[in-house]
Design a protein around this ligand. Structure first.
Ligand SMILES: [Zn+2]
Ligand SMILES: [Zn+2]
Length: 290
């Protein structure tokens, strides 16, 4: 499978000359299976360019597009009404955690209510079907197995693990790695104690895409906001024994220079623990092949 990044930013898009290297669009990742099926993870503003690309290249026109939504916070759905395949004869399946209290079609209807948008979903030509996810069950699309896990964020937020016979990648955006952040530095013991289930879920994965919203030094004012800092993420990654760490969902106020610093710091945190984990920061157009 090929994994391609179309949006790596958290909270709000931040286009401009200061965010060219890592990108300004909010969360969206495309996964293409070995037989050309498209799995899309989240619908931040990055999905607009992805949709244009799919239509322009006639990519998988005869096939379904399958969209998996980690949760319905604005930065993970705000690109949906601008997704060009909705306006074409595609068959699109949208999957959201069944714990979401909002009815699934309401997510789209609500963001296209006349208070917020000039037209409603009736303008779409695609055959759009909504599905509730049962996070306890494994799904298989083409040759890719998909497993899910609840994370430490607003209720109903989930992570996805995609694997085939060659390896695995985990998409864990919007997750706060827990420790006693008000009183102590992150430690292996505390992180293991408070995040054991998630560490088990990530154990030995080839690629971990994970929320790295804040530098450690900026985290003290953001405890409990549902996002992680790069120091706790480094320790978490060591405990989970991942091969490659992909920081993701960057704080919108961080320009490219600050993100360069974050990447360097993350490498230092890992080296200090003699870890061999490779840090591969996400940026728009990054591609990985498994
Ligand atoms: Zn987010
Ligand atoms: Zn969120």
């Amino acid at each position: 499978m090929v994994i391609k990044f179309w949006g790596t930013r958290g909270s709000i898009p931040v286009p401009g000359k200061d965010t060219i290297k890592y990108g300004g669009n909010t969360s969206c990742i495309q996964v293409i299976t070995d037989n050309g099926e498209n799995i899309i993870l989240d619908c931040g503003t990055g999905i607009r360019s992805l949709g244009n690309y799919l239509v322009r290249t006639n990519h998988s026109f005869e096939k379904n597009l399958k969209i998996f939504i980690s949760h319905t916070h604005w930065d993970h759905i705000q690109g949906l009404p601008f997704f060009l395949p909705f306006f074409q004869k595609y068959k699109i399946d949208i999957y959201i955690n069944s714990k979401e209290s909002m009815n699934l079609d309401e997510v789209l209807n609500a963001q296209m209510h006349e208070y917020f948008f000039p037209v409603n979903p009736d303008v779409f030509s695609a055959n759009i079907n909504f599905h509730k996810l049962d996070t306890s069950k494994k799904m298989t699309i083409d040759s890719v197995d998909i497993e899910m896990m609840d994370v430490n964020h607003s209720a109903g937020t989930i992570s996805f693990k995609l694997s085939n016979e060659r390896g695995s990648i985990i998409y864990m955006t919007d997750n706060e790695i827990l420790y006693n952040a008000k009183d102590e530095e992150p430690t292996f013991n505390r992180i293991q104690e408070l995040n054991g289930k998630l560490i088990d879920f990530c154990k030995g994965t080839d690629y971990l895409i994970h929320d790295s919203m804040y530098l450690y030094e900026d985290f003290k004012n953001r405890i409990g906001w549902g996002h992680s800092n790069n120091k706790s993420l480094s320790l978490f990654s060591i405990l989970a024994d991942v091969k490659n760490l992909i920081p993701f969902h960057y704080e919108p106020d961080y320009n490219d220079d600050i993100l360069d610093k974050m990447v360097d710091q993350t490498k230092e945190y890992l080296q200090k623990e003699n870890s061999k984990i490779y840090v591969m920061p996400s940026y728009e157009s990054l591609e990985i092949v498994i």
